[in-house]
Design a protein around this ligand. Structure first.
Ligand SMILES: C[S@@+](CC[C@H](N)C(=O)[O-])C[C@H]1O[C@@H](n2cnc3c(N)ncnc32)[C@H](O)[C@@H]1O
Length: 243
């Protein structure tokens, strides 16, 4: 995926850290409700570190991602956080955290086996009595095909605009597809257009709950909205590890 490879330095112009304040506050509150004294947090698939830039005010954050380029970008935003290279299916740090957080990166678990491996990783890093929080972009129940667009202008003369097109060619399988058409502008240069195609996982709630229980968690579902003005809520799975 080029967005997390050669285009990683552009990621904060695709989606800006400041726009994550409201949702990060929702995740903080869900974690604090489950584990009031939570201090340490591991994020799997932390990407540009956008959520982490808000969560690190409340938790000591360790950020992990499979992309060295995305870790490098996150380090520019979160130099005060530990960064670790690793795949959320196989990462084993040999230590546990009060909370494990997996945001939209969990979408890259496109099969049940991959999702199972990710949940095992989360369990291996959640201390007894701790919590793991999973916030997929969609579940099978909430999924809607859509198009959206956005982008930002940087202070360095670079600008990015994108069109995101979300489709589900086969509603019978566990994946959907996202196409990005991205226009990149740099001062003094002709704009260039990049296409990126992502295959992402889509599972019904009962699959999530079954796999979480099988991994050793006690899961509940939260559908609260991040922003009171927002009438859409994103399903979150709050998975407690028994003490
Ligand atoms: C949309 S970005 C995450 C952005 C993040 N939510 C934030 O707040 O900045 C998705 C990330 O998932 C990462 N990713 C994809 N597959 C992964 C895997 N198997 N293990 C770890 N990270 C993965 C990508 O490298 C990318 O950085």
């Amino acid at each position: 995926m080029r967005l997390y490879g050669d285009l990683a330095p552009w990621f904060h112009l695709l989606t800006a850290p400041a726009d994550y304040a409201a949702e990060a506050e929702r995740y903080r509150a869900l974690i604090a409700d489950a584990v009031p004294d939570a201090e340490t947090l591991l994020e799997l698939g932390s990407g540009g570190g956008n959520n982490a830039s808000h969560l690190k005010v409340h938790f000591s954050c360790t950020l992990s991602d499979v992309s060295p380029q995305m870790l490098a970008l996150s380090r520019t935003l979160n130099p005060d956080c530990e960064h670790v290279l690793g795949d959320m299916r196989t990462l084993r740090l040999g230590r546990t955290f009060d909370a494990v957080f997996v945001h939209d990166a969990v979408a890259y678990m496109a099969t049940e086996d991959e999702l199972r491996d990710c949940l095992r990783t989360a369990h291996a890093h959640t201390r007894p009595g701790g919590v793991a929080l999973f916030v997929p972009d969609h579940t099978r129940e909430t999924f809607q095909p859509s198009t959206s667009h956005g982008g930002h202008d940087g202070a360095d003369g670079r600008s990015l605009r994108y069109l995101e097109w979300v489709t589900d060619p086969d509603p019978g399988d566990t994946s959907y597809e996202v196409d990005y058409a991205v226009v990149l502008r740099e001062r003094g240069q002709v704009s260039r257009v990049v296409h990126d195609h992502h295959v992402e996982g889509l599972f019904p709630e009962h699959t999530w709950l079954h796999l979480l229980e099988h991994a050793g968690f006690q899961p509940t579902v939260d559908r609260s909205a991040a922003d009171p003005d927002d009438d859409t809520s994103q399903t979150a799975f709050v998975a407690r590890r028994p003490g």
